[in-house]
Design a binder for this molecule. Structure first.
Ligand code: FA5
Length: 346
């Protein structure tokens, strides 16, 4: 800039000079904070200079703007530097103080935990992906068709009563089982394919130690030209051994589900009571865990597949119950209770 200094320049530099001196003189964090507020706070002197920019005559506005910007940056840099010096001085003083008690307990920071359901779901997914399965995710709000009709459960069928349903006003429902994804998968992929779909399911029913209204299942579905019950059972055994990491007794009984033929119920000896009988297994020593079977021809048809060409097996694992068996959880309602005392055990 040439010629005489405009008045605003001297004023601005005077404010900046005063601010720099105050920063250097601030001997505590609180004093420094006050200097900061006075200089660059909302009503601070440098902030007010910023706001004056539009009022400066156009010929001088650019130079004024540049000057105020520079002063603000310098003030902020000086504040940051002084803050660091003061913090370092506090640390030095603390270290030099020989009354510092190193035996005082530290501040315990609460740590987050992976939810046991997530731990077991991850494990199930890794067992099945190692056997070539896809992991799929389907909606919790479902159509009546996918949840019931396509699974050979028309509206008049007594099997509808096996799964009390939360209906939505628009005729949709909250899926009562992950089997609702079976026909979706058949429409989505060309056979042969194998997939699992874990997720949350909902039933309008009374709760007890082994029943929740909201719980987790994993569906497994394999479609190929030749599939067998032997392959299904072998996959189930591989899964249970990998998850439970111990030999457990299982038993297979005939089970009725309209969407499989033949159908089975795979029970596991109760791991909470060791098979002696408890509220979880209703004193029977066994827990229903893993219904399964060969996919019914009607379901293949609903999925657009020709039963003369394609066969399949499916299972619907009670994931919440598997978590209970894995960790000896005595009540399924603990899983979604959000109780931090329970969750911190994992
Ligand atoms: C079904 O949901 C079928 N979709 C399973 C299936 C899939 C059969 C594929 C054949 C082929 P079920 O209602 O039995 O079946 O439930 C499956 C598992 O979910 C049960 O064995 C049990 O482990 C678990 N389960 C059922 N109801 C509850 C509940 N209220 N709370 C917690 N777990 C439950």
């Amino acid at each position: 800039m040439t010629g005489a200094q405009p008045g605003w320049q001297g004023d601005a530099e005077a404010i900046a000079g005063k601010t720099m001196q105050a920063i250097a003189a601030a001997s505590t964090m609180e004093a420094l904070r006050q200097v900061e507020v006075r200089a660059v706070g909302r009503q601070g002197e440098i902030s007010l200079l910023m706001r004056q920019i539009p009022t400066i005559p156009p010929a001088e506005r650019k130079a004024f703007g540049q000057l105020v910007n520079r002063l603000q940056q310098e003030a902020e840099a000086a504040l940051a530097q002084r803050k660091e010096q003061l913090i370092q001085a506090l640390i030095d003083a603390e270290l030099a103080d020989d009354t510092f008690d190193v035996t005082l307990p530290g501040i315990a920071r609460p740590r987050g935990h992976v939810h046991p359901l997530a731990l077991v779901t991850d494990k199930v997914e890794s067992v099945f992906t190692s056997m070539g399965f896809h992991v799929l995710d389907y909606p919790e709000v479902e159509s009546e068709f996918n949840n019931f009709e396509a699974l050979n459960i028309p509206s008049w069928h007594p099997a509808r009563d096996m799964q009390d349903t939360f209906w939505l006003d628009d005729g949709h429902l909250l899926r009562t089982h992950t089997s609702s994804g079976q026909v979706r998968t058949m429409h989505q992929f060309a056979p042969p394919f194998r997939a699992i779909f874990p997720g949350k399911v909902f039933r309008y029913e009374a709760t007890d130690a082994s029943h929740e209204h909201t719980f987790h299942q994993v569906e497994g579905l394999m479609i190929d030209r030749h599939v067998s019950v032997a392959h299904l059972l072998d996959s189930m055994r591989t899964l249970l051994t990998a998850i439970l990491e111990r030999d457990v007794e299982i038993r297979l009984r005939p089970g009725y589900f309209p969407f499989v033929e033949p159908g089975f119920e795979l029970d596991i000896s109760c791991q909470v009571c060791g098979g002696k009988g408890c509220p979880v297994c209703k004193q029977s020593g066994w827990l229903e865990l893993l219904p399964c079977g060969l996919v019914h021809p009607q379901v293949l048809r609903a999925g657009g597949l020709d039963p003369a060409e394609w066969q399949g097996w499916a299972f619907g694992l009670g994931l919440s119950r598997l978590v209970m068996m894995r960790y000896g959880v005595p009540d399924v309602r603990l899983l979604l209770s959000g109780d931090a005392r329970f969750l911190s055990a994992f």
